[in-house]
Write a protein that binds this ligand. Structure first.
Ligand SMILES: Nc1ncnc2c1ncn2[C@@H]1O[C@H](COP(=O)(O)OP(=O)(O)OP(=O)(O)O)[C@@H](O)[C@H]1O
Length: 256
């Protein structure tokens, strides 16, 4: 599913959040949005999810105006994604039950999807009985089982430790490669953006405009991102993070 943003702006009252955003996200493309906190990344995602509308400009999905949520466009949050009173299997099966699939079919499929995210044996556990990483595996299974055409990921691994995050990024990468949805990923983690995305959009402070657009293309990548060191440095610098080791160190006793 192709997403087209045409001169999209968004304000909340007097607060101008997005300023004339233009881009086309092609079917099957993986685009990461990075930028300072509060610049409007989640707001853009919520527009695609149909939870917010543009103040001016248009947003279309396969040529149709986006005005309400649809199972074709699935949003995955950082945490609190699962219903605590349901087992992992029930949580995953629910996505198909919402699509009016028979309960037993939904449960069988959910079992298969839990297997794909390496959660076989934990079907009858409740979310509080498994780790944060396992909960996000389950959330991915629940998102993918409905085979959405657009997957919207809002800091999906932001609450996880660095090692678990990298493992989950690999799980997600494999699922995306197998299922080929269009993906919009909001992340604070530049390495996550470089590892997963075909294209990275770096936003300014609010009102957000695109400072830089980096096309990586759909090339094989590992977590060894040393080949992307220059790009990584540019993105960090755009975000105001100092990467210059030659800058004068602060003398002892001086206030930084
Ligand atoms: N429903 C809303 N009503 C009013 N203001 C809102 C609403 N949603 C977001 N905002 C404001 O819009 C701005 C952008 O918020 P948004 O959550 O999109 O930023 P973000 O870039 O995703 O931030 P972060 O990286 O910290 O999650 C913020 O100032 C926020 O307070």
């Amino acid at each position: 599913m192709e997403l087209l943003f045409d001169q999209v702006t968004k304000s909340f009252g007097d607060l101008n959040v997005i300023k004339q955003f233009d881009t086309t996200i092609k079917t099957g493309e993986i685009v990461a949005l990075v930028g300072p906190s509060g610049c409007g990344k989640s707001t853009l995602l919520h527009m695609v999810a149909g939870l917010q509308s543009a103040s001016t400009g248009t947003l279309t999905a396969n040529g149709q105006g986006v005005s309400s949520p649809s199972p074709e466009r699935t949003l995955v949050f950082q945490e609190h994604a699962l219903y605590p009173w349901m087992t992992l299997l029930e949580n995953v099966a629910l996505a198909l039950e919402f699509q009016n699939q028979p309960k037993q079919t939904a449960r069988n499929e959910a079992g298969k999807w839990l297997g794909r995210v390496k959660l076989t044996g934990f079907e009858d556990y409740y979310p509080h009985q498994v780790s944060g990483g396992m909960r996000q595996r389950c959330a991915l299974a629940r998102a993918f089982i409905a085979r959405p055409q657009v997957l919207l990921l809002d800091e999906p691994f932001g609450a996880l430790d660095a090692l678990t995050r990298m493992t989950l990024q690999s799980v997600l990468k494999d699922l995306i490669e197998e299922e080929r949805p269009t993906v919009v990923l909001v992340t604070h983690d530049v390495d996550e953006a470089l590892y997963l995305a075909d294209r990275v959009l770096v936003f300014s402070n609010r009102p957000a405009v695109v400072l830089e657009e980096i096309t990586l293309g759909h090339i094989p990548k590992t977590h060894d991102l040393s080949a992307f060191a220059d790009i990584r440095r540019d993105v960090l610098n755009l975000l105001g993070i100092d990467t210059d080791t030659t800058s004068t160190p602060v003398e002892q006793g001086e206030t930084a």
